[in-house]
Design a protein around this ligand. Structure first.
Ligand code: NAD
Length: 296
């Protein structure tokens, strides 16, 4: 099976590498020359533009930053959907708006091309280890076609529903993560303002009704957890700006549905303030610092 891979960044490169290790022929393209060089070193066939990767492709995987990148790659006058053969399977693993996924899928379907949305959870470490979770939107038949490719890059392949449902599931998860991160930071800072040891407070909450994944695996307070980004200056995790993008997608997803997301909106505002303060590239758990007690 010939695979075209477009978007060889922090996530795409290790994911494409796992496809190569699984024995697929993989052609790839990225706007960054460095990414293309790393892809060649990993055993892939680099191309000089996206259209070249599509020649002879049975499956195309995209791992691009945001909705506008996916839309402009496939749609419009210079869109590349027309370069695909009918019957090609398109897997978009970027985190984008569900509306954008549905729009591209509908244009693809008109040309006899199947598309699923398959955003991931797990981050760069899981991308390298091949242990990502895929949240898939599409038909069962489309998912089964994609399964061998997805299982070469991840551990779990979950069917969320029809096209766009994977993106909605991803937005729901990351909205909740943002809310829990902000809430856990707030609780720890309140304890600290009263002189409590944050490590002891984390232990108490972790066996009480406020227990959550952030406190036990991603504690935002430095000195509480050796393996968390907070232990290494908030580097090497999930950037504040990516969290901000995902919270924006969650709030956008609520629009027009009647769903109300007051906590998601508050979390988005909080991470927007943190980003505007110049912390966009730091791991998102650094929002803990924004919530430090002020001198009274
Ligand atoms: P990244 O910025 O490292 O990689 C994106 C790559 O796409 C870049 O190398 C860029 O040069 C390339 N690109 C942009 N436009 C292009 C085009 N038209 N043609 C070819 N290449 C193009 O981002 P990432 O961290 O790999 O994230 C990719 C997606 O995965 C995002 O939607 C992100 O939200 C999502 N995601 C990221 C993580 C994470 O921990 N980094 C976790 C889960 C999901």
């Amino acid at each position: 099976m010939n695979i075209a891979y477009i978007g060889l960044g922090n996530m795409g490169l290790p994911m494409a590498h796992n496809l190569i290790k699984a024995g697929f022929q993989v052609k790839g393209f990225d706007l960054s020359a460095n990414a293309l060089k790393a892809f060649a070193t990993a055993g892939g066939s680099p191309c000089i533009n996206a259209a070249d990767t599509l020649e002879g492709a049975d499956v195309v995987v995209t791992m691009l930053p945001a909705s506008q990148h996916v839309r402009s790659l496939w749609l419009g006058d210079s869109g590349l959907l027309r370069c695909l053969r009918p019957g090609t399977l398109l897997i978009d693993s970027s985190t984008i708006a569900a509306t954008a996924a549905r729009e591209v899928a509908s244009a693809a379907a008109n040309l006899g091309i199947d598309m699923i949305d398959a955003p991931v959870s797990g981050g760069t470490a899981a991308a390298e280890a091949g242990t990502l979770t895929f949240m898939v939107g599409g038909t069962s038949e489309q998912l089964e076609r994609a399964r061998p490719v997805l299982e070469s890059m991840g551990q779990r392949v979950l069917h969320a529903g029809a096209i766009g449902a994977g993106q909605v599931a991803k937005a729901c998860n990351n909205m909740l993560l943002g809310i829990i991160l902000a809430g856990s930071s707030e609780a720890l800072q309140l304890g600290i303002a009263h002189g409590l040891d944050p490590k002891v407070l984390s232990e108490i909450i972790s066996v009480s009704t406020g227990a959550n994944w952030v406190l036990s695996h991603y504690n935002p307070c430095p000195g509480t957890l050796d393996t968390a980004p907070s232990a290494r200056g908030y580097t090497g995790g999930f950037a504040t700006d990516l969290m901000l993008k995902d919270l924006g997608l969650a709030v956008e997803a609520a629009t027009g549905t009647g769903a109300i997301v007051p906590l998601g909106s508050s979390a988005r505002n909080l991470f927007a303030m943190h980003s505007a303060a110049g912390q966009g590239r730091l791991d998102c758990s650094s929002v803990f610092q924004l919530l430090a007690a002020r001198q009274s």
